[in-house]
Design a binder for this molecule. Structure first.
Ligand SMILES: Cc1cc2nc3c(=O)[nH]c(=O)nc-3n(C[C@H](O)[C@H](O)[C@H](O)COP(=O)(O)OP(=O)(O)OC[C@H]3O[C@@H](n4cnc5c(N)ncnc54)[C@H](O)[C@@H]3O)c2cc1C
Length: 419
């Protein structure tokens, strides 16, 4: 299959994971790569996206970093949402030491465009919503789309994001008993012209998290000096939203101002003033989902799940797009490495699983530790102000270098040295 004749690879989904995979895989002459995206055009739901050293490293490998820029996060404040008290200021000097570009917050659409620009012409097919897939014994995979067309592919990459769960397509095809549940954690996100907030310099002058008891607000630049009409991001998170059966699946759907404002009505006046400049119809709502964790992110010896399709972390580390691109790059290396092997697809997926599955396990272990620590803090510190300060301190000083400084090329080199 791989090596002698062209191996066909079908990528499902054109988010950061699918696009990153398409770039990396299209560089391999042994493959014929097609990306199927359900939307009718390139589209990115959401607002801003954080990019750190790990992101720059994989974007460099994909030769897509030149098209990405955003607001610097070099001056980040943690604040009490009710009083505005500044609990901590991070200057991020360590980032500039590792990579001059530092940590930024960029428009999601900009990351999407930078990746799209590097995907060779003819690779992407829009308006192609996958509705089912089936393993063909001894052969590849049969894919059926909503327009009733079908294709066969030797290798399938499920890069269909959290929709892999909601629409029950690639992930559910492999792991049919897995169910997704609403976590109660909902985000509302918007990008607005920064000029609308000109009367609130305290809001616009730094990246800031304003922490409340059952939610927080995040403010950030997403542009730098080169943008004529810079945009500004506001994201509100609520941790304990009630489930409304049949309705709590909103992903990028509009939310009313009244619904969003009610989540911050007890917050500091400056936060409420900033939220009030958002026009009706601009907010988008994202409901958080979780499900069983996967030890194995491949199936049928010819299907790999990447990015949110395998591990929807709902922005827990603010690095999910990078994880998805890293997955795609490693998968390309594994396929390249095994192209002349006797069962190339199976071997490539084994390598991919061996490298990436434990990395996600480590992330979940980190989240479990944080969760445990928060519960312990909550039990110890009855007063909210004391609890919040301890929480901020704990979050800031927890070691997350394995995420933000991850060097995916080195990860591959390390694998080769132990192979
Ligand atoms: C509130 C919030 C904040 C976040 N903040 C950050 C951040 O700061 N930094 C960061 O890196 N990450 C962040 N993330 C996470 C990040 O958005 C995701 O991890 C990332 O988008 C995952 O990329 P992906 O390619 O796996 O999936 P997606 O981006 O979800 O892309 C999936 C694609 O598949 C397509 N698709 C779905 N179903 C089908 C189908 N059946 N057929 C064909 N196409 C299909 C979709 O249309 C979409 O284009 C955040 C997430 C949330 C919710």
């Amino acid at each position: 299959m791989v090596g002698r004749t062209l191996t066909s690879v079908a990528i499902i989904g054109g988010g950061p994971g699918g696009l990153g995979s398409a770039i990396a895989l299209s560089q391999l002459p042994c493959l014929r790569v097609t990306l199927y995206e359900k939307n009718s055009e390139p589209r990115e739901a959401g607002a801003g996206i954080s990019l750190s050293t790990n992101a720059w490293r994989v974007l460099d490998l994909l030769e897509a970093s030149d098209g990405v820029w955003g607001g610097s996060k070099s001056n980040t404040h943690q604040r009490n949402a009710y009083t505005g008290k500044i609990l901590s200021i991070t200057q991020h000097p360590e980032n500039s030491a590792v990579d001059q570009r530092g940590s930024i917050r960029a428009r999601r659409a900009r990351l999407q465009s930078a990746l799209l620009a590097k995907v060779p012409e003819g690779v992407i097919q829009f308006n192609k919503k996958l509705v089912s897939l089936e393993s063909l014994p001894g052969e590849g995979v049969r894919l059926v789309f909503h327009d009733q067309t079908e294709v066969a592919a030797d290798i399938v990459i499920g890069a269909d994001g959290i929709h892999s769960w909601l629409d029950q397509v690639v992930r559910r095809a492999l792991f049919s008993d897995h169910q997704l549940h609403f976590t109660g954690n909902t985000a509302w996100r918007v990008l607005i012209p920064k000029s609308r907030l000109a009367h609130l310099p305290e809001i616009t002058s730094t990246t800031a998290w304003w922490w409340g008891k059952v939610g927080h607000v995040y403010f950030s630049d997403v542009d730098d000096g080169r943008d004529k009409d810079p945009q500004f991001e506001i994201t509100i998170r609520s941790y304990h939203e009630p489930e409304v059966v049949g309705k709590t699946v909103g992903w990028g759907i509009p939310a009313t101002n009244q619904r969003v404002a009610s989540r911050v009505e007890t917050f500091d006046q400056r936060v409420r003033d900033a939220v009030s400049v958002v026009a009706e119809g601009e907010w988008r709502e994202f409901a958080g989902f979780a499900g069983p964790r996967l030890d194995n992110i491949t199936g049928w010896d010819k299907v790999a799940l990447i990015g949110d399709a395998s591990h929807p972390l709902f922005g827990a580390f603010g690095s999910g797009a990078t994880f998805a691109m890293e997955d795609g790059w490693i998968l390309a290396r594994a396929i390249e490495r095994t192209q002349f092997a006797s069962q190339p697809a199976q071997k490539a997926l084994e390598i991919f699983n061996l490298i990436r599955a434990p990395y996600y396990t480590r992330m979940y272990e980190h989240l479990d530790e944080v969760h445990e620590k928060l519960q312990q803090l909550q039990a110890e510190k009855e007063d909210f102000n004391h609890f919040l300060q301890a929480k901020v301190n704990h979050f800031l000083y927890a070691d997350k270098d394995f995420i933000y400084k991850n060097d995916i090329r080195k990860v591959w080199e390390d694998y080769l040295s132990t192979e």
